[in-house]
Design a protein around this ligand. Structure first.
Ligand code: NAD
Length: 642
């Protein structure tokens, strides 16, 4: 991923944010990539320390990428934001509890989401340019990503002050408030990192530390304590209004720009957390109660609109007179019941899924989604159904009200006609996920129509065959926006073992046709080699035993052996009933050649494989047979037939 560089250098697991043009703002994909790396390194003995840093002078990380949250939230899709926050908070907790040292180098702006990844590790390093803040009340959110933990633990009433005003702390202030540990001149950072990579020993950092200058925040502590000691936002405002000194006047001016509901909830949150049972899990649980409701009932979307979309800087807040009734705070912070934050695992919300095309692949995929607890309605024009799946009377019926519609259809033409039927009835913000193998052009056209109708669109063809569909071990190759991929990903996790986000719309299909061009060619090679081996008097089992562990091995040989009775169960053991029909392979090879022509790529093996499958399907009775039935075809032939 170009936004983040994850690698192991020497003894250090290295995470570098590489989005300096966007002040290293965290996207959903960056968040998931960091979590994956931390999970992998936890038990890797080579990795002694994790070092997190960022490119550019201006920011370590200025926050979460809120534009996507706004785009989905304004379409009425609150699930994307909820999943993003839940996944982000799980990462924040992981960094906090990580069993190995985590060292972060925090230059420039470190705000919101940046605090979540930069300020929970064991060694948080600041320098001359550091500017750390939790400014979320300015956009209708609350300090989150575990930031309320630090706020509640900060000296005196600093937590209430920093959380409501969003005041920027320099390096010294951040150490004073508990957001950072060590001050180090930034010129020394490269050497400190190099030594960490060489030794994996955080003890080496001591040689680079310097004394932090005096903290300006510490000098204000008494005033902060006296004004921010009240029970509620109202108490704080009353105290400030009664004082005409510079600190009180300036602070009131700052608070007048912030979201009243957010400030009231921040004060309440810090109070609830302070006490002996304080923990990162409790902080994140309380924060999630607010963020879960922030788009639907809070001022978050209005806050982003005013700050970064229209940039008019005049948000229309609820409770604009600053009188936030206690019941409003209580409503935002009441427990979420079944939707509560689960730090153990990815969140699973029951989705309403429409599944169209319940053939060899679609039926087991839909059944797996139903088995996982989703509410699945299926439709197939042949009238077939799938286990645990409610039968819809039409494609429109399956798609109406669905959060996600999945199609698994024979070709691009059918996909386009089904898309024409269902896009007008799908609800805004829902996702249209096409898992069929189709031409890149159809995939892009359908995605464009879906997006124009306010839907999220993903092309996500699969690899792994009917065995993979039944066993939930498919590989998905996906094209579409980050938000669309994130919405579909939990479903890919159920139906498959791996999902790769290949790029924009159509990229999934591009990956698929390249893969299947290799598959078509290797299946033919495997079948002709078996036919040759037969004629050379070689036992098929011996042939399998050798090739499956030698350089001729491939998926066609090892997992889908075309010889009956040899290797794992495959369509060859079932009279070559598909499986993956020869005509579907012909279709895929046709798609690969169509694409190759469009971009002027030389693909002689793919071209020959297409010609052979065309001959097999159209002239030699291969239609309706599995694509591995090339083996009996070759057996029957001699060199003169070639
Ligand atoms: P299939 O022919 O068994 O299933 C397609 C289903 O779509 C059929 O049941 C058919 O009745 C239904 N259908 C056709 N038109 C329809 C319409 N207008 N409305 C509703 N339903 C309709 O094919 P399959 O093997 O399940 O493959 C489906 C897709 O997956 C294809 O694009 C294929 O290339 C791809 N694929 C298949 C495999 C495999 O091993 N079978 C592997 C990877 C990808």
């Amino acid at each position: 991923m170009s936004d983040i560089d994850i690698r192991i250098t020497g003894r250090a697991g290295r995470i570098t944010l590489t989005r300096p043009h966007a002040l290293n703002a965290m996207t959903y994909a960056m968040c998931l990539a960091i979590e994956d790396a931390m999970d992998t390194w936890r038990d890797d003995p080579e990795v002694a320390v994790v070092v997190i840093d960022a490119e550019g002078d201006r920011a370590f990380c200025s926050g979460g990428d809120i534009a996507e949250l706004y785009a989905t939230g304004t379409k009425g899709d609150y699930d994307y934001g909820r999943r993003f926050w839940a996944d982000e908070y799980r990462l924040n907790a992981k960094i906090f509890d990580y069993p190995k040292p985590v060292v972060s180098f925090l230059q420039g702006f470190v705000m919101g989401g940046g605090v979540g990844i930069g300020c929970h590790g064991s060694h948080r390093i600041v320098g001359e340019s550091s500017q750390i803040a939790m400014p979320e009340c300015g956009i209708g959110l609350i300090p989150d990503v575990g930031g309320t933990l630090m706020l509640a633990l900060a000296p005196g009433r600093l937590g209430e002050y920093l959380g409501t005003t969003g005041t920027r702390m320099d390096g010294s202030d951040a150490i004073y408030a508990g957001f950072a540990d060590h001050y180090m001149p930034e010129l020394k950072w490269p050497d400190a990192k190099a030594l960490l990579e060489d030794t994996g020993d955080v003890g080496t950092l001591v040689g680079f530390h310097a004394d932090a200058p005096a903290s300006a925040l510490a000098a204000q502590q008494d005033q902060i304590n006296s004004h921010f000691a009240g029970e509620s936002l109202g108490d704080i405002l009353r105290s400030l209004r009664a004082d005409d000194g510079a600190f009180a006047t300036g602070t009131l001016k700052t608070l007048s720009r912030m979201c009243p509901l957010s400030m009231a909830c921040t004060v309440e949150l810090v109070h609830r957390l302070r006490g002996p049972s304080i923990s990162i899990a409790k902080a994140l649980d309380l924060e999630y109660r607010f963020t879960y409701r922030a788009m639907e009932h809070g001022d978050f979307l209005e806050g982003i609109r005013a700050a970064i979309i229209d940039k008019d800087r005049s948000p229309k807040w609820q409770y604009a007179d600053m009188n936030v009734p206690p019941v409003a705070t209580a409503r935002m912070l009441q427990p979420l019941g079944k939707a509560a934050l689960n730090l153990e695992d990815k969140q699973m919300t029951t989705l309403k899924i429409g599944f169209i095309g319940l053939g060899n692949m679609g039926a087991p995929m839909a059944a797996n989604l139903a088995k996982a607890g989703h509410d699945v309605a299926g439709y197939d024009s042949a009238g077939v159904s799938a286990e645990g799946v409610a039968q819809a009377a039409s494609a429109e019926e399956a798609a109406r009200d669905a959060d996600v519609v999945i199609t698994m259809l024979p070709n691009g033409q059918i996909l386009r006609s089904v898309a024409e039927q269902i896009i007008p009835v799908m609800k805004p913000g829902a996702a249209f996920v096409d898992c069929s193998t189709v031409d890149v052009e159809s995939a892009r056209a359908v995605a464009q129509d879906a997006e124009a109708a306010g839907l999220l669109a993903v092309d996500a063809p699969v690899s792994g065959g009917v065995g993979g569909a039944a066993g939930g071990t498919l590989t998905f190759m996906a094209g579409g926006s980050d938000a669309a991929f994130a919405k579909a990903e939990p479903l890919f996790d159920i139906m498959g073992q791996k999902a790769v986000h290949c790029g924009a719309s159509g990229a999934g299909q591009a990956a698929k046709i390249c893969n299947n061009m290799i598959l078509g060619v290797t299946m033919i090679a495997t079948c002709e080699a078996f036919a040759l081996a037969d004629k050379l008097g070689l036992d098929r089992q011996k042939m399998f035993d050798v090739v499956s562990t030698s350089s001729g091995y491939s998926w066609s040989m090892n997992a889908y052996c075309p010889a009956p009775g040899v290797g794992p169960q495959s369509p060859a053991d079932n009279d070559y009933k598909p499986g993956f029909a020869a005509e579907l392979m012909l279709k895929d090879l046709g798609l690969s050649q169509q694409a190759a022509e469009a971009v002027d790529a030389d693909t002689p093996m793919g071209q020959l494989a297409r010609a052979l499958y065309a001959q097999f399907v159209e002239q030699e009775g291969g239609k309706g047979m599995d694509f591995s039935a090339m083996l009996p075809r070759f057996e029957k032939r001699t060199r003169d037939d070639g």
